[in-house]
Write a protein that binds this ligand. Sequence first.
Ligand code: 1GP
Length: 245
Amino acid sequence: MNVYESILERRRKGPLHMTLLDPDKQAPAEAAALSSEAAAVGTDAIMVGGSTGVTQNQVDATVLAIKEAAKVPVILFPASAANLSPHADALYFMSLLNSRDPRLIIGEQRLAAPVVRAWGLETIPMAYLVVEPGMRAGEVGDAELISRKNPTVAVQYALAAQLLGMKLVYLEAGSGAPEPVPDRLIHAVREAIEIPLVVGGGIRTPGAAKAAIRAGADIVVTGTIVEVAREGDALRRIIETVKAG
Ligand code: 1GP
């Protein structure tokens, strides 16, 4: 069973949680320790990426260390074709559909495709949609931010993604966003598509995770909380809430 099939299989039992780690924010050994802790409290996968200044060596070292420490899939979540690693279990082959820059819609993907094919890495085609406020992802991605108030554009993009054959839609408020993606927006997109919906950015409490799941998220992603709340049990409580549906 490949990683995407295992995501679908797990989803039949309940919503999923994924933990995002940026190789630029901690050394590989630290990333391994965080991943091991996250896996122990039930996270379904570790996503590696999200930074702009990271080198392939950093990504390689981080992926290898995580794989050694945790028995959950490691999925690349790259900012560019320069942030890949053959050691990951899969790659979110993502397109920032609401970017103004064709490089982020299909340019980096063009560069990555021959490498990924040569490595034989599993690819999971994913629409990446950046919602207000977007934070750094919105800036780096030159995104024409999706309005928090009007779901129409998000629904159009998500439906187009499904019709293009993409396997996941990711609604991203941006790492560290003051507020997560609004429930109404999540709900409208969920109603429009059949493929799994990933929601992330600004989810730091069980209440926020619960709201995203209730609104229709299939997969909740948290990044910041893993790095800032190591000593507490915030991550465990968030994951328990996600799993409770
Ligand atoms: C960012 O959605 C992820 O790509 C995670 O965001 O760091 O706010 O949890 P946070």
